[in-house]
Design a protein around this ligand. Structure first.
Ligand SMILES: [Fe+2]
Length: 209
């Protein structure tokens, strides 16, 4: 039996989600993003699992093989699923970092101030490719620091053992329907709608043990 990947629901309803990022994102964009793109990654993971059960491993080589393409698309869809889970989890708030006292202290310690973190985080998300992400990551295995990490697509630029605490999706599908190419305004709106209480819970769960 192939392993079955599960879809993690958002911590709020579809109706509540339609009001998310409403300065720059239409209700339709939110629905498509969740029900087509996000769920699509989970469906693809399960298709890949079935493919890996049957593929001819003796045909593997460094140019083209079915097993190679399945493995490549596995990484893309796994990272895409995980980062979308985090994206929805940390949205739905009012952007008030005082509601996340532990992560607030950690950010101030690493970046000097919340505003300095925000400046670097926004630049990170702005500089990712048209399909990419800006992440706040806990570098668990190497430095133990909080880092703003630029990821192109879902996986290029990920750091090993890095735990994403905040993920801003800058794929065009996240915001183009209403705001066109206005990525800067979208990122501002994303930061202003962060639910720092839930970010704090992620921090306490994975970092401050
Ligand atoms: Fe997305």
């Amino acid at each position: 039996m192939a392993y079955e990947w599960k879809f993690n629901a958002r911590p709020y309803s579809d109706e509540e989600a339609k009001k998310l990022l409403s300065d720059v994102v239409s209700p339709e964009t939110t629905d498509w993003h969740y029900n087509k793109h996000h769920k699509g990654y989970v469906a693809a993971l399960n298709t890949i699992e079935k493919g890996l059960e049957q593929t001819d491993r003796s045909a593997a080589n460094g140019n083209y093989s079915e097993v190679g393409e399945l493995k490549r698309r596995f990484t893309w869809n796994h990272a895409g699923t995980l980062l979308h889970d985090v994206y929805w989890e940390v949205l739905g708030g009012d952007g008030d970092i005082s509601k996340g006292p532990d992560i607030k202290s950690a950010i101030e310690k690493e970046f000097g101030s919340f505003d300095k973190w925000k400046e670097d985080y926004k630049a990170t998300a702005m500089a990712a490719k048209l399909s990419g992400w800006g992440l706040l990551v806990y570098d668990q295995l190497y430095s133990g620091r909080l880092l703003n990490v630029l990821v192109d697509e879902h996986q290029y630029g990920a750091i090993w053992g890095g735990i994403p605490l905040i993920s801003c999706d800058v794929f065009e599908h996240a915001y183009y329907h209403k705001d066109g190419p206005g990525r800067a305004g979208y990122i501002d709106n994303f930061i202003n709608n962060l639910h720092w209480g839930r970010v704090n819970e992620r921090y306490k769960k994975y970092v401050a043990k």
